[in-house]
Design a protein around this ligand. Sequence first.
Ligand code: BMP
Length: 262
Amino acid sequence: MASYSQKTYAARGREHTHPLACELFATMERKQSNLSLAADVTTKAELIALADRVGPFICVLKTHVDIISDFDSDLVVQLQALAAKHDFLIFEDRKFADIGNTVKLQYGGGIYRIADWAHITNCHVIPGEGIIQGLAEVGMPKNRGLLLLAEMSSKGMLATGEYTARNVEMAVDNPFVIGFIGSRRFTEARDLITMTPGVGLHASGDALGQQYRTPETIVAENGSDIIIVGRGIYGPGKDPVAEAERYRAAGWAAYERRLQRA
Ligand code: BMP
């Protein structure tokens, strides 16, 4: 059987059993984009302005709402309006890491009420499978999807070997899980989507351990599905619109090369 990474996003969207994954693949195909913007800005106005400018080029807006100094519920209303206007999904990069009972409270409640607006969120499986079960109890009825952090992009990260393999086993077994954060395609057991941070066309890293690889390496060679790009798009001196279009084109070209190799 051909690898899922050799099929088109459109075909994978038609065949997927999770409605959110179907929606994501369909969005990618419609917009010819496998680009996610990591919008790590720290005020509401900056986040809204950046999402509005870059929105046309992305399939997923990745947020860290807990870095927004003036967060309020109106930000969520505005992000949802931008998601509808520009046709993208919202991924809150919360990286839950506690026992099932606690993450249920963190995901569904608190100030942020993440499950009410984020199509996708993610977690570390360090506490064991209960974390997935807890998040699924809140997210499944709302048709949300979960990514497991099977690997990280930073220097010296500890998610390797047996730990990564256990992530893959847990993901295959749980229908709430739609994929991974990691650097490559991990399994053919079912169609799990890989999203990869640490992507840059120019820089090799930052002063705090971030490491960058190119869209070509990540998508064409490693079989990952979505590139996550932050400072490469909105960093100092950059034109976010021009850079977003450049990364969208690079990510899509790498995907087309991967299909040609199939
Ligand atoms: P940048 O492209 O500016 O380095 O941003 C990367 C983004 O991806 C950040 O929001 C970070 O939190 C996230 N991220 C990462 O860099 N590596 C990981 O392994 C997992 C992440 O979520």
